[in-house]
Write a protein that binds this ligand. Structure first.
Ligand code: FAD
Length: 284
């Protein structure tokens, strides 16, 4: 179980992958997973729904990680558009594949969802799905957390209180949103501990290897971009190879400092790029 592994490992190392959108790319994912597995991560998580992927692909990839690579897999699962029957079906599919862990997420409101549908959704928050999973399945549950506050939360304090509810309901460990300033993460850890959140928290690290990423994944995450990183983009944004090297170097320095600080885990958002991850892991 990942919970036990986190309890005995000083700083775990784990990766996130996503199901590619096209069938051609999908065939390539297995080679990429093999390459990531060679880096001996403690677990690998696979996203759900993000980028238009379907739940079956998350289960298929998670099954390969779990059953072929023999690495603990975490299947992400969102509930914003789910009825209980959808959730039941998804859980059955995961359990049939021998997947034991899920990252229980509310998910973002789909553009196609009307106000009425959003207001009447069956599972309001991730904690509601966590409760359902605890009562009806044997799945082990992780939750997401936000060192810089979730974008909808009124305040950092209320967001932390909601996080505590999610943990008290059954989330056994947490994986954080990406961040670029370690002090923000340390402060979040302390404030979480102060209100009694004692489960392990894995730090989400996204290497920024192209200027384009700032306009996409990074801006979506709402994470603060420190001056060092924005200067890097200003200097190297037009020079892809230099930008890539500088981004990898930034991620390495961030991870080394987090390990030195004794964080529970490092969770690398791999963007399905094993070569980049290999370069990072070799130096941390
Ligand atoms: P929740 O924990 O439900 O929180 C959402 C908001 O509701 C927060 O502002 C919280 O403070 C508030 N809230 C919670 N409980 C209450 C309450 N009782 N009363 C009032 N307010 C409350 N998205 C995908 O689509 N697919 C993925 O695979 C995916 N993977 C992710 C992985 C990680 C590590 C992270 C950090 C995010 C991921 N996301 C993914 C994005 C995520 O779905 C969104 O950030 C979403 O908006 C929130 O999901 P959540 O599970 O954190 O929500």
């Amino acid at each position: 179980m990942i919970k036990d592994l986190l309890a005995k490992t000083k700083t775990s190392l784990s990766f996130e992958v996503f199901p590619p959108k096209t069938e051609d790319e999908f065939q390539e994912i297995y080679g990429k997973l093999d390459a990531l597995a060679a880096l001996r991560p403690d677990f690998i998580s696979c996203t759900y729904g993000a980028g238009g992927s379907k739940s079956g692909k998350t289960a298929e990839i998670s099954s390969y990680i779990q059953n072929t690579l023999h690495i603990d897999a975490i299947a992400h699962m969102t509930c914003v558009g789910f009825q209980k029957s959808d959730l039941e079906e998804n859980c059955k599919m995961l359990e049939k594949e021998g997947i034991q862990h899920v990252l229980a997420l509310r998910g973002d409101r789909p553009k196609t969802m009307t106000d009425e549908q959003f207001q009447n959704r069956e599972f309001f928050y991730a904690a509601d799905m966590v409760r359902y999973l605890k009562e009806h399945t044997a799945l082990k549950i992780a939750g997401a957390c936000y060192p810089e506050k979730h974008y909808e939360a009124e305040s950092f304090e209320t967001d932390l209180q909601h996080l505590k509810e999610k943990v008290d309901t059954g989330a056994e460990f947490l994986i954080s949103q990406l961040f670029f300033n370690n002090d923000v993460f340390y402060d979040f850890q302390e404030r979480a501990a102060d209100i009694g959140i004692t489960v392990p928290i894995c730090a989400g690290i996204m290497p920024v290897t192209s200027a384009k990423q700032i306009g996409t994944s990074v801006s979506l995450s709402g994470s603060f971009v420190p001056k060092e990183l924005s200067d890097m983009i200003a200097n190297y944004g037009e020079k892809p190879e230099e930008m890539r090297k500088a981004g990898i170097d930034y991620a390495i320095r961030q991870i080394l400092a987090l390990k030195e600080h004794g964080v529970d885990g490092i969770h690398i958002y791999t963007m399905n790029r094993p070569k980049m991850v290999e370069e990072i892991v070799a130096k941390v």
